[in-house]
Design a protein around this ligand. Sequence first.
Ligand SMILES: Nc1nc2c(ncn2[C@@H]2O[C@H](COP(=O)(O)OP(=O)(O)OP(=O)(O)O)[C@@H](O)[C@H]2O)c(=O)[nH]1
Ligand SMILES: [Mg+2]
Length: 421
Amino acid sequence: MNRTFRGRTLSEARDAAETVFGPDVVVLQRRKVKQKGFSGVLGATEFEIEVGQSVTGAMLDGALAEAPVARGYAPSRTSVPETTGTLHFARGVYEDGEEAPEQGGGRASSADIARIENEVRAVRAMLYRMASSPDKVQSQLHSIRRAVDEMAPRTSAPERVERMIDDSGLTGAPARALSKRLRHHEGDDESLVEAYRDALADLIKVRAWPLATTERRMIALVGPPGVGKTTTAAKLAAAAIANHGATVTFVGCDTYRVGAVEQLECYADLLGCECIIVKQQKELHRAIRKSESDIVIVDTAGRGPEGEQAVELGVGATRQRDAKGTGWEDRTRHVLLCLDAALRYTDATAVCARYAACSPTAIAITKLDLTTAPGGLIHGPACAELPITLLCHGQRVPEDIAPATAGRILDYLAPRHRYAN
Ligand SMILES: Nc1nc2c(ncn2[C@@H]2O[C@H](COP(=O)(O)OP(=O)(O)OP(=O)(O)O)[C@@H](O)[C@H]2O)c(=O)[nH]1
Ligand SMILES: [Mg+2]
C-alpha cells in the first residue's frame, strides 16, 4: 500500500503523491537520492518520499474480512458506511451539509447511533488488523514519529530546561538556580539531559542510612501528620531484625491520635519487639537508657513539638546525660525528619523550621511511589540543610524502603528514559 514519489524539492515530491492519493496522504519516510540517468551519474540529487494512505473504505473492507465476529453483531460490508475517500469518524452523522452539533446541543437519532456503532466496529476491525502485524506497524509508527519530530519547531534550550525542572517537581530557589545554570546550554537534547542531571547531582546530599553500622543506636522519626513515620519505623525495625539480626525496642510518643498506640503495638507484636509508650521527655530518656536492645526506634506524634515540654523535643537532647538526668549514653543518635516526596519548596521551608526544634540529623523521603515529580528530594535538603538517608516507595513493610544514594535520587528526579527518543 506504500509508494514512493520523487521531486527536486520535498514539496514537489509531496505534490506528486497528492495527485495520486489526495491531500490526506501520510509521509512515512523521506530521503535524498541520486537522480536517475546521466545527471545522477554526475552527482545530481533529488528527494524521494515514501507515502501511505489514510484509512479508506477499501482498507476497511479488507480489515472487516479478517476481523473476528464480536458478540451481538457480525461485521459485514452492508453494515459499514460507504467510504470513498478518507474516513472521518462518525462522518455519516453530519452528512447532507449538516453541521456537527455543539457539545450538549442536538440529539442523535437511532439511525445516527447505528451509524456511529458501525464506524466504531470498523475502527475496531482496523485495530485488530494492525495487531496481527505488530512489527510492521511499530516500524511505520516509528517513521511517522521521526518525520513529525523533524517537522516540529525546535524548542529553545531555556524552554527545554524549564520543562525538565517542571517534570522533576522543582519550585522556588532550587528551580531558579537550575534554570540560571543551564539557560545558555548549547548542544543536543541528550547533552542537555546529561547537563541537567549533573546540575541536579550537585544539589543532592546523601548520608549512609542508620542500618549501615552496628553500634547501639537511637533512631527517632519526626515529621508532619500522616507522612509515614510509623510505617518507616516498622520498615526499619523489620530490616534491622531480618538483615542484621539486631534486637529492637519501639518507644511510642503519640498518645494523642486515636489508634496511634495500637498501630505501633501491632507492628511490635508482628516483629516480636518490645514496645514502650511514654508521655514525657524524662520517660522517653529513661526508656532509651534502660533498653538493652541494639536499636531503639522512637515514633513521635505528627502534631509536632508544641512548647518546651513536648515529649518529641526529647529526641533532640544530646547523647550525654545532663545534670537533670535527661539525655542518654552510648547510643548514636539519628533523628530522621520524614518528608513527602512531593513537598513543594515553600511548604518545605515551613516544615523544616517547625521540626528544627527536634534537631534532626538527616531526612527520610516517603511516598516516592505516589509522584513522578518528587521535588521534595531537593527541597527538603535545601531547606533543612541536611542530607537524605533513606527512601520509601510504598506501603509494604519491610520491602518498600532503600538506603538513599545519589544515583537513585537522580533517577527519581530525571530518569533518562523520560527524555529518550
Ligand atoms: N504510598 C505510600 N504510602 C505510604 C508510604 N509510607 C507510609 N504510607 C501510608 O501513609 C499512611 C500514613 O502512614 P503512617 O505511618 O501512619 O504515618 P504517620 O506519619 O505515622 O502518621 P501520624 O502518626 O498520624 O502522624 C498509611 O496508610 C501508610 O501505609 C509510602 O512510602 N508510600
Ligand atoms: Mg504515626
